[in-house]
Design a protein around this ligand. Structure first.
Ligand code: NDP
Ligand code: MG
Length: 380
């Protein structure tokens, strides 16, 4: 029986993690859960799974939880997420919190040598070198939950790193894949939130529409698989059936396929290295699909992807700026304060203004993060 701490419990990945736990009560027990402010979603989960510890974003939310469930041990903020991540009783940390706010808990879980099911890509984008340094030092593997990275991780099973030629990430193209750049000028939030294949949280759905999600994933792949940017390709694949591939030096390509259902990669990260039956009965039916499509990715059509590659190659604090500017710009778009195309403009300006600092320590990263957020917020 593995005891799990779920960070980001009320989100899209968090809720699907509970589905996996429900399907395998003999394997998993929810020891702790952390969320932001969504008490209405959290309370029924606390009642159903009886975690010993709960973490919330602020004191008001703590009061709201304790009003409904008296004598509940409720911790607050980043310190709370760190505490449940290193808790002696926690075996596995599922890090599915949204944004670089998950960084400290990630570092803490690594230092406590926990099994980590890792969805929180913004953390690797903002401070990949620090996270991977610690992971190496403590010999901890981040088990990827992001479907592309789970696919690559599976394709690399049993292979030698020196035999890898390149990683090929697939991307569906997001909600606006069939629109030209001119048509993007006045698209609505409602349309941006309609992803053709995947059901995900609001921020990552917008990131998919701008293609920044694939950019963040390129940086995530760079760190997780210690692969130079030149050896990471992205191609459009609108069905999202091939979740990603690895090409080896003998030209052999290994791909991982499946239906677009995050419970697959979530469960694999929890049961690795073995597999279990998946709660959903729907398996991949290639005959039903008939055809799969592939298309070259265009940097002109998707400038966010280009910015992500460039920021990744620049390294240091450049990806911290990329991530922070993107987090704020997407939040402003979701609050209807800026237009869809403003997202990429805001990020571009933030990157242009920044003088990169090489090999930043945690303090520098946190300072650049705060500074970038303030600069981008000030623009509206
Ligand atoms: P959601 O927006 O659906 O959920 C985010 C979760 O994080 C919520 O539980 C939210 O709490 C919590 N949260 C946000 N801010 C804070 C904070 N300051 N302190 C504590 N908790 C906080 O996001 P997703 O589930 O879509 O994504 C989560 C992560 O997984 C992201 O990094 C994303 O890129 C990655 N990912 C997601 C995929 C998906 O299918 N959704 C696929 C691959 C990767 P609350 O709502 O209660 O405020
Ligand atoms: Mg993904």
């Amino acid at each position: 029986m593995k005891k799990i701490a779920i960070l980001g419990a009320t989100g899209s990945v968090g809720l699907q993690t509970f589905d996996v736990v429900r399907a395998h009560p003999e394997l998993f027990q929810v020891h702790a859960m952390a969320f932001g402010r969504n008490v209405d979603i959290a309370i029924p989960l606390i009642r159903e799974f009886s975690p010993k510890r709960v973490v919330v974003q602020d004191v008001e939310t703590k009061k709201a939880v304790q009003q409904q469930i008296s004598n509940m041990d409720v911790l607050v903020g980043n310190a709370g997420m760190v505490e449940v991540s290193v808790d002696r009783e926690t075996d596995v940390v599922v890090n599915a919190v949204l944004g670089s706010v998950g960084l400290e808990a990630t570092l803490a879980a690594i230092r406590a040598e926990k099994q980590i099911a890792f969805a929180n890509k913004e953390t690797l984008v903002t401070a990949g070198h620090l996270v991977m340094e610690e992971a190496k030092k403590y010999d901890v593997t981040l088990l990827p939950v992001d479907s592309e990275h789970s696919a690559i991780f599976q394709a690399l099973n049993g292979e030698q790193k020196s035999d890898v030629h390149k990683l090929i990430l697939t991307g569906s193209g997001g909600s606006f894949r069939d629109l030209s750049r001119d048509q993007l000028a006045d698209v609505s939030i409602e349309d941006a939130l309609k992803h053709p294949n995947w059901s995900m949280g609001a921020k990552i759905t917008i990131d998919s529409a701008t293609m920044m999600n694939k950019g963040l994933e390129v940086i995530e792949a760079h760190w997780l698989f210690d692969t130079p940017y030149e050896d990471i390709d992205v191609i459009l694949h609108k069905e999202s059936v091939i979740h990603s591939m690895v090409e080896f030096k003998d030209n052999s390509v290994i791909a991982q396929l499946g239906t677009p259902d995050m419970r697959g990669p979530i469960q694999y990260a929890l049961t690795y290295p073995s597999r279990q039956a998946l709660p959903t009965p729907k398996s991949l039916n290639l005959m039903e699909m008939g055809k799969l499509h592939f298309q070259e990715m265009s940097f002109e059509r998707f400038p966010c992807l280009k910015m992500a590659y460039e920021a990744g190659k620049a390294g240091g604090t450049m990806t911290t700026v990329l991530n922070a500017a993107n987090e704020v710009a997407v939040a402003l778009f979701l609050q209807k304060k800026i237009s869809f195309l403003d997202i990429e403009r805001f990020i571009e300006e933030a990157l242009q203004h920044h003088n990169v600092i090489a090999h930043p320590d945690l303090e520098t990263i946190l300072a650049v993060d705060v500074e970038t957020r303030a600069r981008v917020t000030e623009k509206v």
